[in-house]
Every structure is written in structure tokens, then in C-alpha cells.
Design a protein around this ligand. Sequence first.
Ligand code: DQQ
Length: 535
Amino acid sequence: PSVSKLHRTGYHFQPIRNWINDPNGPMYYKGVYHLFYQYNPKGAVWGNIVWGHSVSKDLINWKQLQPALYPSKPFDKYGCWSGSATILPGQGPVILYTGVVDKRSNEVQCLAIPANASDPFLTKWVKPDRLNPIVIADHSMNGSVFRDPTTAWLGKDGHWRMLIGGKKKDSGLAYLYRSKDFVKWIRAKHPIHSAKTTGMWECPDFYPVSLNGKNGLDASMTGNSVKHVLKNSLDMTRYEYYTIGTYLQNKDKYIPDNTSEDGWGGLRYDYGNFYASKSFFDPSKNRRIIWGWANESDSKEDDVKKGWAGIQAIPRTVWLDSGGRQLRQWPVEELNTLRGKKVEIGNQKLKKGDYVEVKGITAAQADVEVTLSFSSLDKAEEFDPRWVNAEDLCALKGSNVQGGVGPFGLLTLASQKLEEYTPVFFRIFKASNKHVILMCSDARSSSSNIELYKPSFAGFVDVDLANNMKLSLRSLIDHSVVESFGAGGKTNILSRVYPKLAVKEKAHLFVFNNGNEQITVENLKAWSMKSARRN
Ligand code: DQQ
């Protein structure tokens, strides 16, 4: 098969061809899930941006429709950029999106409504001339860094609110707008929040999470039983970070808890390739779901050759961890319908240097869940407090650098003789009064192709090992994707990789240990994954 076929995904979302980036306006409406996305109908590189549109009954199998929004008006002549959907009670959905008005990329906010709100597929959208654009930057603002309206929420006063990402000097900020009728929007005096030195905030997302359990909440929910999440995508490095905090509705201010950094070193949904994410509330299953875009890490020329670029990560259910200090995420349960042949390993000991192959599944298109335990942390290596950057630490202490407790985990997309492999693993260090757990997804050994971006993605994992000496890992392997969830979705890493040897039936999966402490594979389940329909 040609290169284009070798790395195309089997069950991650991607359109039939061409470029995609940000997920836009996800929603559930009249029994149908809608996903829109930044899409170039003319090629496999960014440009000519329209809103591609696909629909699904289960978030996994998709049907591609005609683009929903494309430049057709003076206010969106140079592109229909990112935005969100809000379902107005008793009326139907409204899309708010960014229109680009000139070549210098001056941006305004626009509104679109379905031509026929009783059509569950919402195939046709109109942009009423008498209403648009609904928001323009005023003189005190820079109109070329002013975009990506959020889903709106309704305040107790009956007025709608929404956020728009922006920048002032080098601070990132989210402007707050209010409206009585969803048409006339007025900017509040203060942004809902801002943070110094973070640069432009793209694709802000703001939503409540429950303090009591995994259930998702409608965007308008407030009160004592909720916290709020503010997520921003940082243009300067293509990383996102989020904080958990309190939304003071009477002041329309958001105050982050000081349990994590409000800036570059903050918490991330994903410590790998995952950007411009957006969440929505799914009332049919009472959950909040996050979509995120994973771009290619091969070259532009490769993308043109392939005829496609960009995928969406598997939609993830998101909720507040019981400690209240971070979120957790897990692939939507519908993904399990693609699970086919299953193999299992139980109670397997792994001594230092052991590599055990997981045989009998399609290792290039698979879902693996594993729990690994150890009986002591005595052998853990000393943690150097200067190791603040997880990615650098992963580069220093790769899967083949022997350790004390760990490295242990999976070798995904491995060639038979291990010329190529993408390891996903843990390594445990001893710090002054606690343990530090590093999780890595290291693409450096993923391919013999040298013209690729092969980062050693990594994050720290906040788990107390004192009375529970085990760690779990789930990896969704899909030809050019390894999407991993550590410790039940506390630390997650998506990597894009392009093996040359470890492709199709030549790909293998191993579980390994390269530390002095013996590891037990308590339980490993791996499934061959069927392909999703994405016609
Ligand atoms: N992508 C869109 C913008 C957004 C950026 C343009 C984030 O609206 O800020 O394609 O990837």
C-alpha cells in the first residue's frame, strides 16, 4: 500500500481527504451528534478555511456532509474560523464563529442559524445579514487577535454570556460579552480572566464540573456543588492549559484555585499533540465530552502526498477528580463497540530487561488496558528538583535507560527486531517527602524516517502510591496515533508517529520492564479494533 494508506487511521476521526484542524461547535441535537471542524476543501495544508461537517449517532461512526459554513459574506470573506454551538432552549442551535474580514486577518464574530431547525442533520445554515457581524473589536482592542467564541451560558439574570479569546501586550485574556437576545452583545468592562506572559488565548473553553461525581453539567449550571474550568490554547507553543476555580457570577469573574499554575506550567488535558480543544454537554448521557485536534508531525510534503492532514482525538468524557485538583478524562464508552478479538495476560512477572510480546491481535489498530504493580519503592531513583520539565526528563531517561522502579509499560507500534517502537511508560522517583511519577510517550524511536518531529512527550502523574502500589495505562493504537491515558485518565498523552517497518501486520506490541524492581502485570487486556465508518 502507498504511504498515504499506511498511516491513515482506522478509528480516529478524519474526513475522507484534505486538511483539518480545530473541532468546532460540537453538539447533540435531536438524537444526532454534530462535529464541525476547520477544513480546507482544496488541499492537505491549512487554508481556504470552511466548517466541515460530520454527523454520528454514536461519536465513533461518522457520515460526512457538505461544509456547513464557508466564506460567502463580506464579514467572513477570508475564512470561517473557530467557534461554538449553543442550543437555545425551545428554539434550536445557534453557531457563533469568527469571520475573517481582510488579508491582515482582522476578525469579527458572526452568527449562523439552521435553515430548518427541525432537520436533525442541520445540513444548511444561514447567516442573517441584518444581524451580522454580531461583535467587532472596539478601538482599545487588537482585532487580529480576537477570535473563537465559546458556547454561551445563561446567567440567573436571564442574560447570555460568552467568551472570546484575545491578547493585550503579552497577556492572554478572555473577553466577556453579555446579551439579552443573543443578537446584541455588549462587552463587560473586565475580561472574565487574564494571565500575564501567556500570549494569545485561542479557543477558550469555560464550563462547570460537578463536585460530586462524573456527571457532566450544562454550561449554565452554577451553585455550591460545582467548580468551573477555564481552558486556553496558547498560540505561541501550541500547548493548552487549564485551571480549576470559582466563577463569581454576580461579578462575572473567574478566580482560579491556587492548586496549579495559571500559565505555562499549568495542567494540561494532554501532554502530547492535542490542541484547540472544545467541550460540550451531552444531555442524552449526562456527560461532558472534549474533542481535541492532533495535527501531523510529518512534513508538509508528506501531507500533500498523503492527501490528508489532521485528525481528532477520540472524544473523551471529562470530570473533576475526587481530589478536586485536576480533571480526569476517559475515551467515550461507545469506543468499546469497535473492540474485536481480545487477548489477556494475568499475573505475569517482569524482571529487569524483560520484554513480553502481546500476541494475537492487530497491534497497529488496537486498544490496550494494563495494570502494573510493584511491591516496594525502595529502589526508586533520587529525584533532582531541577527536573521541572517532564519532556526534558523523558528525553534524559528514555525507555532503554535502566532505572530503579521503572521504566515499565508498553512498547507500541514496534517492529519485530525493535528497530522502531513508541514506548509509553512510567518511571518513579524518590523526592524529599513523596514520590514523583513520570509518564512518557517517546516518539524518538518511533520511525527510521529522519524527517519527522519526534518529541519525547511526558507529564507527571499525581497519584499517591503509599497504600496502592500500582499504576494503570490505556493506549489507543491506530497506525499513526498512540493516544494514552495514565492512572485512569489523570495524565494523558497523544503522539503522532509514522513507522516505516512497524506497519499493518508487521506491527507488534510488548509489555516491558527496564528497572531493578520487579513488576507484575496484574492484568493486561488487548483488543483488535475494528475500523469506524467515516464515509
Ligand atoms: N485555528 C483557527 C482559529 C484558532 C486557531 C483558524 C487555533 O480560529 O484560533 O483555523 O488552532
